[in-house]
Design a protein around this ligand. Structure first.
Ligand SMILES: [Zn+2]
Length: 410
């Protein structure tokens, strides 16, 4: 909650980035430079790698619901990248965990903004956890991409959590029973906080590290504790306590007991509860989303992760095409087509019907793609057994002697 000059990003364990860090050249950019200096950027693979890295930023996965989890299998023969768009609200924090099972690692590039992207961190990493919070709502973009010719299995988890802790020990969201903006004193004033009910004597705890700025008894709030978060941060207001157990000027840690729940002040006719408020330099704000607890266990993936990296047949515009499964998440399945383009579906839709289209393959070679200039990847013998798997325009996709490829058909 402290006001920061640029952004707050806490990168635990493996690296710490501060506001002072200025990336002259990011690890990603320096890798692009190394591709140029070795001439790899002009190869087919090198060009695909650069292209997917750029294009994924304008086509990120923006349908995330939290808690989100995705398993990705990057294959060495098909350059790919994954990007996520995250709508960040200032009352929350975003926790991103990344683990790489093959330990080759990936480039992580994290941006604020979509059109005017500001790269706020750029790393080549194996396993990491990063927590993002800001004093402003933001649209965030996260890109993951391995180096060229690398197989890497990545698991990503993205959680949205309230920025502050819950102010009542062992309290639940359901204990919040009176909300921001409700009428008070017959409509004379509005409720400038939320009320959290529990038994008398339940510990009231600090929602964040800070300093106790005031310990008072007032007509309205009864026994109250004020806590200041950071140098220019907001003030947190805890009211109607039965007793206060801290003193003015005391430094407190998140979770430390400040007092016990009661019904002092104008709450003496209601059952014991905590009135909880947040005051910024521009007045009171609705504290609900700052403390409302969120699920932290992601749901089931949309398909079994055994399909990762596997080729399946997909029907699209009356054609049946081979695609490889790049990623499976709690909200979608991501495919990569023969050109390297990435698309997403809510379910895994395998086309496994018999192909009815008559195929009369005329070419002597199996081609890499359905085009006359496709590279030959094997010989084709129309007199031997083959299975037709798919088709596109005047080409059929078939398998003969365990090799799959495209053949022009009459
Ligand atoms: Zn209240």
């Amino acid at each position: 909650m402290t006001k920061n000059i640029c952004y707050i990003i806490v990168l635990s364990l493996l690296f710490i980035t501060s506001c002072k860090t200025i990336f002259k050249i990011s690890p990603y950019q320096s890798y692009v430079e190394s591709l140029k200096s070795t001439g790899l950027n002009t190869t087919n693979m090198g060009q695909k790698w650069t292209k997917v890295g750029d294009s994924v930023l304008s086509n990120p996965n923006n349908g995330l619901s939290f808690p989100f989890k995705e398993e990705i299998f990057f294959r060495e023969e098909a350059p790919a990248a994954i990007a996520y768009q995250i709508s960040y609200q200032k009352s929350k924090k975003i926790k991103i965990s990344i683990s790489t099972s093959n330990k080759n690692g990936v480039f992580l590039d994290f941006f604020e903004g979509i059109e005017n992207r500001k790269n706020i961190t750029s790393k080549h990493l194996k396993d990491t956890i990063l927590v993002y919070e800001s004093d402003k709502d933001q649209v965030l973009l996260l890109r993951l991409q391995p180096q060229l010719l690398i197989n890497e299995h990545v698991i990503v988890e993205i959680l949205e959590q309230p920025k502050l802790g819950f102010p009542v020990k062992n309290g639940k969201n359901n204990d919040i029973k009176s909300f921001w903006g409700m009428d008070r004193d017959g409509g004379e004033r509005k409720h400038e906080g939320v009320d959290i009910f529990n038994k008398r004597g339940t510990p009231i705890i600090a929602v964040e590290d800070g300093v106790v700025s005031r310990v008072q008894i007032t007509n309205l709030g009864g026994k109250v504790v004020w806590q200041r978060l950071g140098f220019a941060g907001p003030s947190i207001y805890y009211a109607h306590l039965d007793s206060q157990t801290v003193s003015e000027g005391q430094k407190v840690k998140k979770g430390e007991v400040l007092g016990l729940m009661g019904n002092t002040g104008n709450a003496r006719t209601t059952s014991p509860h905590l009135h909880f408020g947040i005051y910024t330099s521009s007045g009171a704000i609705d504290p609900l989303n700052y403390i409302f607890k969120k699920d932290s266990v992601p749901g089931k993936l949309k398909a079994d992760s055994k399909y990762l990296g596997k080729e399946i047949m997909l029907t699209e515009n009356d054609q049946v095409l081979p695609v490889k499964i790049l990623a499976i998440s709690t909200s979608s399945v991501t495919y990569q087509d023969i050109e390297g383009n990435v698309s997403r579906n809510e379910v895994l839709n395998i086309y496994n019907k018999k192909i009815k289209r008559p195929a009369n393959p005329s070419s002597a070679y199996l081609l890499e793609k359905p085009a006359a200039d496709g590279v030959a990847i094997g010989k084709f013998d129309p007199t031997e057994y083959y299975a037709v798997l798919g088709f596109k325009n005047s080409f059929v996709y078939l398998e003969q002697n365990n090799v799959r490829g495209w053949v022009a058909a009459k």
